[in-house]
Design a protein around this ligand. Sequence first.
Ligand code: CS2
Length: 514
Amino acid sequence: MNDRLHRRAVPADLEPPVHPESVGIVHLGIGAFHRAHQAVFTELAARSRGDLRWGILGVTQRSATVRDQLRPQGGVYSVLTAGREESSVDLVGSVLDVAWPAEETARVLGTIAAPTTHLVTLTVTEKGYCRDAGGALDLGLVRSDLDALGAEQEAAPGMPAHSGTNLLVGGAVPASTAVGLLVRGLAARYRAARAAGELRPLTVLTCDNMVDNGRVLEGLVRAALEAAVPGDTALRAWLDEHVTFPCSMVDRIVPATTAAQRDAVEQRLGVRDEGLVVGEPYRQWVIEDRFAGPRPAWEDAGATITDDVAVWERAKLRLLNGTHSLLAYAGRLAGHATIAEAIDDPAIEARARQLLFDDALPTLTPPRGADLAAYGESLLERFANPATGHTTVQVSMDGTQKIPYRWGDTVAERLAAGEIPHGAAYALAAWSEVVRHEALAGRLVDDPRAAQLRDVVRAVGRGSVEAARPEDVARALTALPGLLPGGSGTDPALLDAVVDEAERLVGAEAVATR
Ligand code: CS2
């Protein structure tokens, strides 16, 4: 096997990666998406300005895998841009290191607290926000971090600047959630700032696919502080004045990297890159202009910094992600392994168009200067790119977390306008059929509410998954609390449409499997 890619030994025929002088950004959730998106924008911004303040400390919550991939490479990795016609490989050096809170919580808190850090960014996926079905912070999930936060605040009151950093920032108890880590990091920064007689403003920038993502995160942080340190008005006042939570819309299709892609890139580079990520050629980032302090010149890399982010967020979630999820569930039922194969199936493409153009588009206000119909067509082109190899299984995970944003508002707004969203009804029926099929196969779907979904199927069949009729399962799952907003999950006209679609799908599945 070839040597590993390393900062000290990069292939000479590629543009050299940047080597930042310090960490300016702590990123929570350093999966493939961050490495192919925000880290690339940060890399290009640093190259364009020669500004070396913006190294990234990545944090990987669930396992040490990404740390173990990147640390032996000095943080450097490559991005394979997989287009329909051609592909290219680029090196990224913005990530200086990756930390795993199970072993390095104190280090992460200390870095969030450091004066050279100006941003905490997040891609922790919808379920990483630890919310209950009603959208409130699930205190049970973050309990251990909230207890640790209370203890950390108590251990350090009035602590002078020369106290040991460890006592000041805390971190003896490993963080168990990203939200918990963030609130503990904010409190550590507040304590460090106060001890040093500084203000240390901070921007907390969420990059997850949720409507009003910044406001949502701000609400969760406040709820966590209220629960953990209710009497701490000084910390709250610092947060009010010196921490901002901009909203943002991120876009790039980034599938999980395969072993075959790692091998192919190894051939190309002459060195082995365990940190390789793969993305489509397209990338977009729209960020609300609400920074508490300095930031990288992301606009030099093509990002849009604007006051008008909400319209982009809604359009992207309902058009791109909504259609993506439809393709994933319908594609799985029809036996298609990838999104590109699903969109290539004319029966599925027609329903994707229906959701996109008939249901979602009329609910949206176009962002300034954007043509949403043309945007919708461009999405279908992007989905059809076979080179990314994005699988239907990957996109269909976490349905209960994604559907509210992707189909929920479209459904509610069409119903309110007196229209039946038939594309969304088909999508709901397809999701329900995937859940039912998995239950029949004795498996749980990949979803934090998977056991509950399986129980719904079982209850519909009065204790027997086999006895559950598809149309009854579709009715019950559509009405699942927290899935669709307001009363739309129990709207009789919607339920009739979903039931029709489920019956039709069962017929088509039988054809497809014969
Ligand atoms: C996808 C997204 O996995 C999914 O649910 O819909 O990750 C999608 O690829 C990105 O949001 C594209 O920007």
